[in-house]
Design a protein around this ligand. Sequence first.
Ligand code: TYM
Length: 352
Amino acid sequence: MTRILSGIRPSGKLHLGNYLGAIKNWIELQDRQDIDLAVFMIADYHGITTPFDPKKYSEQILETACEFLAAGLDYKKVLLIRQSQIPQHTELAWIFSSITPETFFRRLPTFTEKIKEVIEKKVGVLPEDFDINKTKYLQGYFQDIPDISLGLLAYPALMAADILIYKANLVPVGQDQLPHIYLTNEIVKRFNSKFGETFGVVKEYIAEGAKIMSLQNPKQKMSKSADEGIALNDSPSEIKEKIKKAVTDSGKEIIYEPQKKPAISNLITLYKIFSRKSLEEIKNQYEGKTYIQFKDDLAEIIIEFLKPFQKRYSEFKSDSEEVKKILEISEGIARNEAKKTLHEIKQKIGLL
Ligand code: TYM
């Protein structure tokens, strides 16, 4: 039987990358017949590992729930939960962090990239040979950078716990999360060999759109922290403006060549997914046409696609009491599942 878990940090408005890399697949999976349990989570404890505003945070969490529902997640088929409401996730994360070498965490690209980003904000662009694992860089930079917390380092242990507390075996995510799934399987192996067979292998579920790039820099992924992403709640004029300003490659041709033409290829990926046309059809349609024509059409396609989402979002947003109730019902069921797993684990490791 298949058990699914995935999550998103409520760290800002969801963007097209989050939609295509994660939520779109969650919605497709929720109708599969072999699904025994599907849990979709607002990763609010992960969200506090980087700077956040406590005055706005609870509102952001609720808005993310409205985004989940507006995108089409059906709370009658799946569980929609706030991570912090199920304390067993963090309890299990502590257990996992106690059986995993610290160096495993330090090497993860998500951690090293975050550190690089934070340091660069402070001191400017870092040298080419910058390697966070070399102590000469750690000294001098680390001590006065409060944004790099122990929580940020330990973040993947919590992610492994999110997955394994429900004994999930399928995790629909974007490509950037793959190293965390590999680490989760490392934890599975260690736990099973120390304490007896408990967890099975966890598989990722990756689909087209698993790595949507930034519209300003096609070498970087579209992200919540940078403002160039297209948010699911952007107005038509914001979308038009962002696509108009999106960088393009040299040359004029509208062809899909990710290596040579990463910027236009990223836009074609968006066009392809939202229009459901093939690369061949797109190529023929835009033969001899300009980037401007292509971009105008792409903006229209995205605007049209997002219209029903935005309408449903404002309906849920104006009924936040109902949304809270939906979460609480799911959380009650999830807590019972999580308690069962934690009880078994505590027995196995001699805590009970
Ligand atoms: P987060 O909040 O950074 O991203 C949420 C989901 O969106 C995907 N994603 C993208 N996909 C394609 N292109 C992009 N540009 C893009 N940017 C983001 C991410 O891959 C992810 O699937 N640690 C996780 C949240 C989490 C989680 C979990 C996920 C916590 N516990 C357990 C799975 C299972 C995170 O910070 O995702």
